[in-house]
Design a protein around this ligand. Structure first.
Ligand SMILES: [Zn+2]
Length: 426
């Protein structure tokens, strides 16, 4: 016997034996109790990390139930991981001096597919090396034809049940990665960002985003704010960096009288709260920056500047014109960042598919309240309820090529084209 234990001589051999003998395949017994866990699929092109150690708990449960004589299945699979994989692939392209814009959609998809196929084996071998008793004969990949069919069918079913809809509204958009994200993928971070006090005619308002001013379609105050009663409903003549303009003052409950001067600008196309205010007051939706992160022609002489450059230029011009009252340099605001590239995400208006979460979250809340599902430790129940209470309709569209495309098309025949959303009307 060797003095030192060499896992290489032992473990691979034993695992092969287990697999060949079919020990991980469930013996189907229609009368018995089945036990099944679907392995949360790791990324197909990735490698296991420390977090995957939690799979050990599943393995213990599976082995326990197998020993009880139940028909036990631990189903392995891998995830095509849309944005994650495309992001890794784009990094590789960059190192070769290329970008995704050098290829058409079909070619790019094929290239990413080949790249994933090349790496897919790594993760499977790692799972085997950990001795996980997975039934490899049933292995799935999230881009397998049968899985894609199920995704499409589910999409249609949810659409038919009114749980999916297409709408033109604000989404979190990364102008660097060129795609929108769901709210869950946004990383929130507190950062110092100066608060600018700007003169709007006889009023002064505070904002962290002076460069979106070209998209302002109203000023707002709280309906009970005594300081501004005489302005509500009036139209103000204001001087701006682009010349004279008119803007109306509205009253809305959502305005915090304690923030800045109690007057805020409403920019429905570039702020989630303002979008809702705009909807309530039927304000124009004026988009002043593009999906490339640059100001568009509505920004006049600032057209073509990146957002940060535009902010600097606008502030400088306002200072020269005496439109800037003061700057609070120590203001801390909560920003939404891209979890891939860490740049600030822009709220931008886009036609996207959304999951209507209302009816779904009611069921999820009920399941825990009734005790059907238990959360351990119990104190995390509140986190769960809080998260669900604040959940907004879920954006499921992405502007990437890798992954399952949304099974909805427009008919090219003009006669049968569905009515498009009018972008300036609510
Ligand atoms: Zn990004």
């Amino acid at each position: 016997m060797d003095k030192v234990y060499n896992h290489k001589d032992v473990e691979d051999r034993i695992y092969e034996k287990w697999e060949e003998a079919g020990y991980f395949k469930p013996e189907i017994n229609p009368k018995g109790k089945p036990y099944c866990i679907i392995l949360p699929p790791p990324n197909a092109n990735g490698a296991l990390h420390f977090g995957h150690a939690m799979f050990t708990v599943e393995d213990i449960l599976i082995r326990y139930h197998r020993m009880l004589g139940e028909a036990t299945l631990w189903l392995p699979g891998t995830d095509h991981a849309g944005i994650e994989t495309q992001f890794v692939f784009e990094k590789k392209l960059k190192s070769e001096g290329k970008s995704r814009f050098d290829f058409d959609r079909r070619t790019l998809y094929k290239m990413i597919h080949e790249y994933v196929e090349e790496h897919k084996g790594n993760i499977q071998n790692q799972l085997r090396r950990l001795g996980f008793s997975l039934d490899w004969s049933r292995e799935k990949y999230t881009l397998d034809i049968d899985i894609v069919k199920i995704v499409h069918k589910t999409f249609k079913k949810m659409y038919d049940e009114g749980l999916l809809y297409r709408d033109y509204k604000l989404v979190n958009y990364c102008t660097f990665d060129g795609t929108s994200f769901s709210d869950l993928e946004v990383v929130h971070e507190e950062r110092i960002s100066p608060l600018y006090y700007i003169k709007y005619g006889s009023l002064v308002l505070a904002t962290t985003r002076p460069e979106t001013k070209f998209g302002d379609t109203a000023l707002a105050v709280h309906p009970n704010d005594k300081r501004y009663q005489k302005y509500i409903g009036k139209e103000l003549e204001i001087e701006t960096v682009l010349g004279k303009a008119k803007i109306k003052v509205i009253a809305d409950e959502s305005v915090n009288p304690e923030f800045g001067t109690g007057v805020v600008k409403i920019t429905p196309a570039h702020d989630f709260n303002d979008f809702e205010v705009g909807k309530r007051h039927k304000l124009e939706l004026r988009q002043v920056m593009g999906f490339d992160g640059k100001m568009n022609k509505l920004a006049g002489k600032y057209e073509g500047l990146y957002i940060k450059q535009a902010r600097k230029a606008v502030v400088e011009d306002m200072r020269k014109m005496g439109l800037l009252e003061k700057i609070d340099e120590n203001y801390i605001s909560r920003l939404g960042l891209c979890y891939k590239c860490k740049n600030v995400l822009e709220p931008l208006p886009l036609e996207q598919w959304f999951v209507k979460v209302g009816p779904l979250k009611d069921k999820a809340i009920e399941a825990v309240k009734s005790g059907k599902i238990k959360i351990t430790p119990q104190r995390f129940e509140n986190v769960y309820f809080d998260w669900l209470d604040n959940l907004r309709d879920w954006n499921v569209s992405r502007q990437i090529v890798w992954g399952i495309s949304i099974p909805a098309w427009r008919c090219q025949n003009v006669k049968c084209q569905i009515r498009r959303v009018d972008r300036n009307k609510w």
